[in-house]
Design a protein around this ligand. Structure first.
Ligand code: HAM
Length: 412
């Protein structure tokens, strides 16, 4: 028997109700902010991610699902930002649309070691605003993420924010770290000793206890930041204060992807355990240019849907629906029921029937399990008199109605 690949999940219909609600709610909140949906492909040239996420990032080094196709190397997208920026540039949106506010929903793939909240196929609800460096947009996207979470009914999360500064400032921060950590290397974990050369910023968010202790003793304030980046960050925090969005400034917050500069943020929920990020995002002002587009600013975020599900408290109870469930008793009733099903569906009435020749009692039980709103019982007597026995499952009332009035009754 085949089993699903580790780190993937089956979403069965009861849970799918939660997904539909979450997706629908997200769409309506994005629409309030005037964001439009974009659907890039799931497969991209692997080079796109190497270039934008960074050759030394964990994702590029270890987590890409690669697909070799003759001479080309494709990758199942590990995240959405790079694809969206590629689509923006390739479709000349800088010339036709200028500033875009786009959102996306869909699967991402990372070859990680599966554990609670960490999957190999997971889903993002994300957005990217491309075409401006205005600090008000940093405020807008953080407030939007906050609105989405509140909309889903999630509480108890914390939004941490920081600024990495512009690329020059980031360079200064990296140098500062090398100076401050140079004589403490032996106290760092093996990964961080490697990161010291390849990607020192990542040492700041290492979860290893020894590394955390070293990092906690480092004096990192905003000395690496230029005046423009300080002003930008002040505008961001002032905007969040004005909107009443809660946040905490965490000077050690860095992100695992190279494209970020200036504002970065992460939304955490302690109930998630070690994989505690519900979502994350930030500015990536240089990426559009780096991928061959114009020199314009951009910012976005992505929420991890499976983690939203974990903190939302699992699946929904089956809610009563408008289903009309037809129970035919006997062969003649069965062939009449098939025609009735077709004509009710044409009239926009959701209906189903018993395909398994159950007894009346068994079929009623099935209607109950399906949370049907009405049951239509059709036996020989009903056929003879052109009638249907109609049971209202909500009130329990049962009456005999004329066949030609059934559509009107079910639609009122
Ligand atoms: P990220 O932090 O890699 O950022 O992913 C965003 C969120 O996706 C995480 O906070 C987490 O909730 C979820 N997530 C990540 N990996 C997994 C996994 N293996 N299993 C389950 N959930 C996971 C990005 O991907 C950026 N593209 C976000 C962004 C958009 N920045 C700017 N625009």
């Amino acid at each position: 028997m085949y089993k699903k690949i580790p780190g993937t999940r089956d979403v069965l219909p009861e849970e799918a109700i939660w997904w539909q609600k979450t997706e629908n709610l997200s769409r309506s909140i994005f629409a309030l902010y005037n964001y439009q949906e974009v659907r890039p492909p799931l497969l991209e040239d692997a080079g796109l991610f190497n270039r934008s996420l960074g050759e030394n990032t964990e994702i590029v080094q270890k987590q890409m699902f690669l697909v070799k196709n003759n001479v080309d190397l494709y990758a199942l997208r590990p995240e959405g930002t790079a694809s969206v920026v590629r689509a923006y540039i390739e479709n000349n949106c800088d010339k036709t649309c200028g500033l875009v506010k786009w959102y996306y929903l869909g699967p991402m793939f990372r070859l990680e070691r599966p554990q609670k909240g960490r999957l190999r196929q997971f889903h993002h609800i994300g957005c990217e605003v491309i075409g401006s460096s205005c600090a008000d947009l940093d405020v807008e996207v953080i407030a939007l993420a906050d609105d989405l979470l509140k909309g889903y009914g999630i509480s108890g999360y914390e939004t941490e924010i920081n600024t990495l500064g512009c690329p020059e400032d980031k360079g200064k921060l990296i140098e500062l770290l090398r100076v401050r950590l140079g004589d403490k290397l032996s106290r760092l974990c093996e990964d961080c000793q490697r990161r010291f050369t390849t990607n020192p910023l990542r040492i700041l968010d290492c979860k290893n206890d020894d590394c955390s202790a070293v990092i906690a003793g480092l004096d990192i304030n905003n000395q690496h930041l230029c005046d423009d980046c300080k002003t930008h960050f002040k505008q961001v925090t002032a905007g969040l204060d004005a909107l009443g969005v809660s946040y905490e400034v965490l000077p050690r917050l860095v992100r695992g992807l190279d494209y970020y500069n200036r504002t970065v943020f992460e939304i955490k929920h302690s109930s998630l355990g070690s994989q505690d990020a519900l979502g994350a995002g930030g500015r990536y002002n240089n990426l559009v240019k780096q991928l061959g587009g114009p020199d314009i600013g951009a910012i976005g975020f992505a929420l991890g849907v499976e983690r939203l599900l974990l903190v939302s408290g699992q699946t929904q109870k089956k809610t009563p629906n408008k289903l009309a469930y037809i129970i035919p008793l006997g062969e003649n009733a069965r062939s009449y029921s098939l025609k009735l099903l077709a004509s009710l569906r044409k009239a926009g009435i959701c209906c189903d029937t018993d395909y398994e020749n159950r007894s009346l009692k068994g079929a009623m039980r099935r209607a109950n399990d399906l949370a049907a709103r009405f049951v239509l019982i059709i036996g020989d007597d009903e056929l003879k008199n052109a009638e249907i026995t109609l049971k209202d499952m909500e009130s329990g009332e049962q009456r005999v109605v004329k066949q030609d009035s059934i559509k009107a009754i079910l639609t009122t």
